[in-house]
Design a protein around this ligand. Structure first.
Ligand code: MSP
Length: 511
């Protein structure tokens, strides 16, 4: 069976992970978990981009070897993945041997086919972007800030023919409307392709850069960062006993908007086309996390360290905030006060409180055992209908990648479940001697518990460590499946645990 194959960008090994890196992994993880729960066989690839001048320079500045620096950074990034519960299947490092040999094999194939040639070139080079840039890259006559310092360089190098495939690429994009998500970004790519594109310089002489993969046909050169890095998406499927055909083509390459044009939408499709591989189905392009309107980046120093938030709030509230706030494709400002409000209101007051009220009342009125109830009871009509609509909406929004609206909808259901308890006031029913009131008390508590169970199952891809805790406290098995999303009596006769505090009150200040 063909795997549902998704990748993130591989992070540069020259800095510590920040919220932009964390977001991309969380997004990929949420999509992976949804796919697994929907019965797909998922392969989720992420990793580290280790070669290039920036890494080499950082290592020199720190007085360590590039490999030692990369090992340290890989540990940091992997630790973040583990803290955030990122369920990747493979973590590729571009210094891995299987990757190096695959890159060399591709280079030789392209060289033999005449797609790579040697020439002298004078151009303007950006160290920050690690590529030659062109006048047309200027914005309002200025080089974009993220290009950093640019200098003119004359050098003999190897070039990969892009120009001759330009027409083919335009046709592919025009005839594959899902190739770039969101659609407005496809327009940007086509806009870029209106002008003739330059062939891609794929090498650096070793005297300028030694930290790279050697060209198999010229030992004086190493390959250029992007050519090496992009191929991870294929080499990362083809190590050990894994078989490429089960994986390729990728369903989603998840990337930030800064690396769509030209790397992922021009270089990469042409490389694949010439190498004889199918193209990925979708370049899922997300926006940036901003701080007061500015892009977060190492160079500008305005960085939110995910670990600060995870330490104080836990990984799931952090995941929830990022998925709830960002409309995939658009930029979003990270706002501390909003974070605290989401934590306190959505998670603490709505979800956490709902669970603890139910567990407390089940202890008080039902000896801690979930009673049976009549699913056909008219008192449940509105709650059940709202659940059915919520389920349909959330599942469909999960497929269309509109996670912010899916979570908004899910939490509207959670709020309604709280309201349902208020309206039916089990504490009053408990005091009544009438047997009909006693029956309703059971129905109300069982239905409220069922509502939490159901909402938790749909929340699980976003909050994977909280979901099993909620299910266990309701007496259900902690494993999440989507086989039982019907409003029913799954919890009947289960014993609830002692009250659990999922989201403790937050009082500290972030330092
Ligand atoms: N190494 C290249 C990618 C090679 S992929 C074959 C690279 N690395 S990066 O570390 O700079 O960025 C990794 C990912 O994080 C990119 O998709 C980038 O867009 C994303 N983000 C970096 N900063 C970001 C924000 N402030 N907000 C959201 N994501 C951003 O590019």
């Amino acid at each position: 069976m063909k795997k549902f194959f998704l990748t993130t960008a591989i992070d540069y090994a020259n800095g510590r992970p920040h919220i932009g890196h964390a977001y991309e992994k969380i997004l990929a993880d949420v999509i992976s978990r949804i796919a697994r729960l929907s019965g797909k066989d998922v392969y989720f690839l992420t990793g580290l981009d280790e070669h290039g001048q920036k890494v080499e320079q950082s290592a020199i500045n720190r007085g360590v070897t590039p490999k030692a620096l990369c090992d340290e950074v890989a540990d940091d990034f992997k630790a973040l993945c583990s803290t955030l519960n990122i369920s990747y299947d493979h973590y590729i490092r571009t210094t891995d041997e299987y990757h190096r040999s695959f890159v060399q094999k591709c280079l030789q194939q392209l060289f033999d086919a005449g797609e790579i040639y040697k020439a002298e070139y004078t151009g303007i080079y950006s160290l920050s972007a690690e590529r030659f840039v062109q006048e047309k890259d200027k914005v309002d006559g200025e080089w974009p800030a993220d290009y950093g310092h640019v200098t003119e360089i004359t050098e003999t190098n190897y070039f990969f023919r892009l120009k001759k495939h330009q027409r083919w690429l335009i046709d592919h994009i025009e005839t594959h409307p899902d190739f770039v998500y969101p659609k407005f970004r496809a327009k940007q790519v086509l806009e870029f392709l209106k002008e003739p594109i330059n062939d891609l310089c794929i090498s650096r002489p070793k005297e300028r850069l030694s930290w790279g993969i050697e060209l198999p046909f010229d030992k004086e050169y190493v390959t250029y960062v992007w050519f090496d890095a992009l191929l991870n998406y294929v080499s990362g499927t083809n190590f050990g006993d894994k078989i490429l055909g089960d994986h390729w083509p990728a369903d989603y390459h998840i990337i930030g908007k800064d690396i769509l044009v030209p790397a992922h939408s021009i270089y990469w499709p042409i490389m694949l086309h010439v190498l004889g591989y199918e193209l990925p189905k979708t370049l899922l392009t997300h926006g940036w996390w901003l701080l007061s309107g500015e892009k977060m980046s190492k160079s500008s120093g305005n960085i939110v360290d995910p670990l600060d938030y995870i330490k104080q709030f836990g990984p799931d509230p952090f995941r929830y905030y990022l998925m709830r706030e960002m409309n995939v494709g658009q930029d979003c400002d990270f706002n501390h006060d909003r974070f605290v409000t989401r934590y306190t209101t959505d998670l603490g007051n709505d979800l956490g409180n709902l669970l603890s009220r139910i567990v407390n009342m089940l202890h008080r009125y039902c000896k801690g055992i979930v009673p049976g109830f009549d699913v056909g009871d008219p008192a449940l009509g509105e709650l059940r209908e709202l659940w059915n609509a919520t389920k349909r909406g959330v599942l469909s929004e999960y497929q269309t990648l509109t996670f912010n609206t899916a979570l908004e909808r899910l939490f509207a259901f959670i709020s309604f479940a709280n309201k349902f308890i208020e309206q039916n006031a089990p504490w009053k029913l408990a005091k009544s001697p009438e047997s009909s009131d006693q029956a309703r008390l059971k129905t109300v508590l069982a239905a409220a518990a069922e509502s939490v169970r159901l909402a938790t199952l749909l929340l699980a891809p976003v909050m994977p460590s909280t979901a099993p805790k909620i299910l266990s406290s309701l007496g259900a098995t902690p494993e999440v499946t989507w086989n039982s999303l019907e409003f029913g009596s799954c919890l009947w006769n289960k014993t609830v645990t002692e009250n659990v505090i999922l989201f403790p009150r937050w009082e500290q200040n972030l330092s």
